[in-house]
Write a protein that binds this ligand. Structure first.
Ligand code: FAD
Length: 288
């Protein structure tokens, strides 16, 4: 079993990045060459997202299979409780085992537009922690990861409630946490301290997303509930119209964040690279 848990015991910052199945069919062929390129860049692992509701379920498995068995990358596969009944989860995990995936990021997922509230609320697993509990109870041999939120999850009443729920996730079997993206490291340090105070000493990888175009803020960032500090918003207002400059300064900002985290002993850095291997290379070279 190739558990990524062991990577966190080696006294170095674990470097990883996220890949998602492309939405358009014609971009799909490209993803394999991107994985080949990532294999040369050698992150400690890649995580492959899953579209809640199952829109790209098959593709996520195909990509994980290629990443693990052709590109020979270490892989974490995401699964969401939205779209996974108990039965489907068991089948899905069996399939992951068959292709050699030993690491699963358990998530609740968000309600897809096409799903009614009633359908969303009748899922078998209400929370990621319920999935972790089910997998542990069944004795399935996976390293489990869970999500955590430096700015609290948008639906949580307050930070303390969210931190307590994150602790439940760990108690139910998550071995590693990966954070939502954030642009101000203080929020991450605060989350880590609060978890530590509750006795949660699980490794946490910090989620870093370089903002390389102004329009990113309108989509991913807004959805994540993350705040944008003055320094970053002034980079965007100054360079947002110039793609080259925006890329340069956006990456510079992310590297500054990553280096500060590394110098303060972060367990891991998880880069949201928007399927761009060269971004992974620039970020990883800068922090290695
Ligand atoms: P949960 O842990 O269930 O938390 C959701 C809310 O419920 C929070 O407010 C929390 O405080 C509360 N809560 C949690 N546990 C309990 C409990 N036991 N009792 C009571 N309340 C509880 N989405 C996708 O669709 N596909 C992906 O591949 C994907 N990858 C992601 C990767 C990372 C690293 C992150 C940070 C997010 C990802 N997401 C993905 C988004 C994620 O699905 C959403 O943020 C979703 O809204 C919450 O998922 P969760 O697993 O954190 O949910």
């Amino acid at each position: 079993m190739s558990s990524i848990k062991e990577l966190y015991n080696k006294g170095k910052t674990v470097l990883s990045c996220e890949i998602y199945p492309p939405k358009k069919e014609d971009e799909f062929a490209n993803i394999y060459s991107k994985l080949d390129r990532l294999a040369e860049i050698k992150p400690d692992f890649v995580s492959v997202t899953y579209g809640a509701g199952g829109s790209n379920a098959g593709k996520a498995v195909e990509i994980a299979d290629y990443a693990k068995n052709k590109a020979e990358l270490e892989v974490v596969s995401h699964i969401t409780s939205v779209g996974f009944s108990r039965e489907k989860l068991t089948q899905g995990l069996d399939r992951f085992k068959q292709i050699g995936i030993d690491n699963i990021l358990v998530l609740r997922g968000d309600r897809p537009k096409a799903m009614t509230d009633e359908q969303f609320n009748s899922r078998d697993f209400l929370h990621a922690s319920d999935m972790a509990h089910f997998i542990r109870e069944k004795g399935m041999d996976f390293t489990l990861l869970g999500a955590c939120y430096p700015h609290k999850h948008p639906e949580a009443l307050n930070e303390d409630e969210d931190v307590k729920n994150t602790k439940v996730k760990v108690q139910c079997g998550c071995d590693v946490l990966i954070s939502q993206l954030f642009f101000e490291n203080e929020y991450f340090y605060r989350l880590k301290d609060k978890l530590y105070a509750l006795g949660v000493k699980t490794p946490i990888s910090a989620g870093i997303m370089p903002v390389t175009s102004a329009k990113q803020l309108g989509t991913t960032v807004t959805l994540s509930g993350t705040t944008v500090p003055e320094e970053l918003s002034s980079i965007i207002s100054k360079h947002g119209d110039n793609p080259e400059e925006m890329r340069k300064y956006g990456i510079e900002y992310a590297i500054k964040q990553a280096l500060d985290l590394k110098n303060k002993g972060v367990d891991g850095l998880h880069f949201y690279i928007m399927n761009k291997p060269e971004l992974a290379k620039e970020l990883m070279d800068a922090v290695k």
